[in-house]
Design a protein around this ligand. Structure first.
Ligand SMILES: Nc1nc2c(ncn2[C@@H]2O[C@H](COP(=O)(O)OP(=O)(O)OP(=O)(O)O)[C@@H](O)[C@H]2O)c(=O)[nH]1
Ligand SMILES: [Mg+2]
Length: 308
């Protein structure tokens, strides 16, 4: 399909056109730029909810239940599941598809995407895929990402509300990551409430929250048992509370700051790539050798390469 035809179909909210666009974005196809330029004014209209947490925490099960709840509230929903970089993610894709049963049955648009490893890539790709999804006219976009803590701040730059899922029984090495989790979560969720240690984990998180710096929004701590659909109503209510909080606090300003962050990333990526092409591999090799032989220091080397 020609970009022109695709754009026309996208503007009609055509599901297959959206699927096609998401594939193009995922493949970093050259056509993406001109398409996004055309549809940009029509994007940015959905409320973005991020769900992150360690592998197997129950994120997809929760996404499925949230999707169901949204449908019951007459809201249209799109889902993006960002898989881990691991080469075994083929299994995760299938797993997500299987577990998101009721979501798919209700005709909700679900898409899995492999994350690329480099952070800038994740942000840009995820952001643009969300924009693509928004052509369907979704009220809510749910984004599932795997992350165990500190490394996973990228989702915060994309989502309006970030839900961090924890589960009991992951051992002490996870302990250290909890501080990072508290930083990024607008809602802290202890899933697998049917497992031993769930209450203790919730209490621990509450303790850590009370010790941390006081913020305007205190993340609620919710316990759910996704497989029994327990706690979902509370989760839904808290998402709406956070949404209301953001709306009172100039949600546009927060969204603007996120776009600024994206723009800076894209710009530095662009400038970096352009400069690298100008300088070329040979010169970098030469300079590296000179630095290695102590003929030049790295600072002067960079100054000289940039000057040209
Ligand atoms: N006991 C128990 N099991 C649960 C609960 N929620 C989810 N599970 C199970 O945990 C497993 C993983 O669930 P998923 O929803 O796929 O978890 P996920 O976080 O999306 O996993 P990845 O996407 O692979 O990281 C499945 O077998 C679920 O049935 C829960 O509340 N209690
Ligand atoms: Mg999943």
């Amino acid at each position: 399909m020609k970009p022109k035809d695709l754009i026309r179909k996208l503007k009609q909210g055509d599901v297959r056109a959206v699927a096609r666009l998401l594939t193009l974005i995922e493949n970093e196809d050259k056509a993406v730029e001109s398409i996004l330029k055309n549809i940009w004014p029509l994007t940015g209209n959905s409320y973005i909810i991020g769900i992150t947490g360690p592998p197997g925490a129950g994120k997809s099960t929760l996404v499925d239940l949230l999707a169901k709840t949204a449908i019951e509230n007459n809201l249209k929903i799109g889902i993006l599941a960002v898989d881990p970089t691991s080469p075994f993610s083929g299994g995760a894709v299938l797993g997500d598809r299987l577990r998101m049963n009721s979501a798919q049955k209700s005709g909700i648009f679900i898409r899995s995407v492999a994350s690329r490893g480099h952070l800038g890539g994740l942000t840009a790709t995820t952001r643009f895929m969300i924009n693509g999804l928004e052509m369907l006219g979704n009220d809510i976009t749910l984004v599932e990402t795997v992350g165990a803590g500190q490394g996973d701040v990228e989702i915060v730059k994309v989502a309006d509300t970030t839900i961090v899922v924890e589960v009991p029984g992951l051992g002490d090495e996870v302990q250290a990551q909890k501080a990072g989790i508290l930083e990024i979560g607008d809602i802290l969720l202890v899933n697998k409430g049917d497992r031993p240690g769930a209450d203790r984990l919730a209490k621990e998180l509450k303790m850590m929250l009370s010790l941390g710096e006081h913020k305007e929004w205190t993340p609620p701590i919710i316990t759910t048992t996704a497989t029994k659909e327990l706690g979902i109503e509370e989760l839904w209510n808290q998402i709406n509370n956070h949404k209301k909080y953001l709306e009172n606090k100039e949600i546009d300003e927060i969204r603007l700051s996120k776009i600024k962050y994206d723009l800076e990333n894209q710009l530095s990526q662009y400038l970096f790539t352009r400069k690298m092409i100008q300088i070329g591999e040979n010169e970098i090799q030469n300079m590296a050798e000179k630095i290695f032989n102590r003929e030049i220091d790295p600072f002067t080397a960079i100054e000289e390469m940039i000057k040209q």
